[in-house]
Write a protein that binds this ligand. Structure first.
Ligand SMILES: Cc1cc2nc3c(=O)[nH]c(=O)nc-3n(C[C@H](O)[C@H](O)[C@H](O)COP(=O)(O)O)c2cc1C
Ligand SMILES: Nc1ncnc2c1ncn2[C@@H]1O[C@H](COP(=O)(O)OP(=O)(O)OP(=O)(O)O)[C@@H](O)[C@H]1O
Length: 186
């Protein structure tokens, strides 16, 4: 997997997923594996565009679930070809949504994979409908736990805060990503 700084990657085509992806939990894993399948079918690179730190860590001082180096190791094991790491800070935000969309255009995504609640831009104004005006967007159904509740980084942070460590790790589902490579886990 190659890693790239903001505005440094151009591609003739790709399959793209964008997100904070803190924790790379079961929901994120499902999203990336759906995108990966499409990328392999189309024989184009799979690109992940992520933020460091995650916006909720920056704005709300939320607990960080995965430091960047661990996130990159796990993304590589999931079969991601390129990861773009955007420093999430005041300077990035002054660039605004237009610059962000322009950067995505340079990647020529054939399809962008997101969950239904993906947001972007100032004050989280942009959503999948906004993104869909510029690109083809495929929406993944919310991935839930066995009790039927949607999995999210926020929920996992809350479980850790409540001392429900086993439950939190169950939703993170890290064992296959930390101990084996994806090809050997097949
Ligand atoms: C250009 C740009 C500006 C953003 N500005 C804000 C902001 O003002 N407030 C905020 O909470 N998040 C902001 N974000 C972060 C997004 O709301 C969101 O967290 C990010 O796109 C990742 O999506 P996800 O949280 O669904 O993973 C911005 C994102 C981008 C790309
Ligand atoms: N359980 C899930 N099922 C399907 N898609 C998901 C799930 N959780 C997150 N996603 C998608 O993954 C992408 C990145 O989302 P994000 O990193 O904000 O995850 P999150 O778990 O919702 O985080 P947070 O709770 O901090 O907001 C988005 O497109 C989002 O919709």
């Amino acid at each position: 997997m190659q890693t790239h700084k903001l505005n440094s990657l151009q591609l003739p085509e790709c399959i793209l997923t964008i997100g904070a992806l803190d924790g790379l939990h079961k929901g994120h894993q499902t999203l990336i594996l759906h995108a990966r399948r499409r990328a392999r079918e189309m024989e184009v690179p799979l690109v992940v565009y992520t933020f460091d730190p995650p916006p909720k860590v920056f704005f709300q001082r939320a607990m960080l679930l995965t430091p960047l180096d661990e996130k990159l190791t796990m993304l590589e094991r999931m079969g991601v070809d390129h990861t773009i790491i955007t420093p999430f800070n005041a300077k990035f935000m002054t660039q605004g949504t237009e610059a962000f969309l322009e950067e995505l255009t340079k990647l020529n995504p054939r399809e962008i994979f997101e969950g239904h609640d993906f947001r972007f831009g100032r004050n989280r104004e942009g959503d999948i409908n906004t993104l869909g005006k510029h690109f083809k967007v495929s929406i993944l159904e919310p991935v839930k736990c066995t009790e039927g509740k949607v999995i999210s980084s926020t929920r996992i942070r809350n479980l850790f805060a409540q001392g429900k460590i086993h439950e939190a790790y169950n939703l993170l589902n890290w064992s296959w990503l930390k101990e084996t490579s994806f090809s050997s886990a097949q």
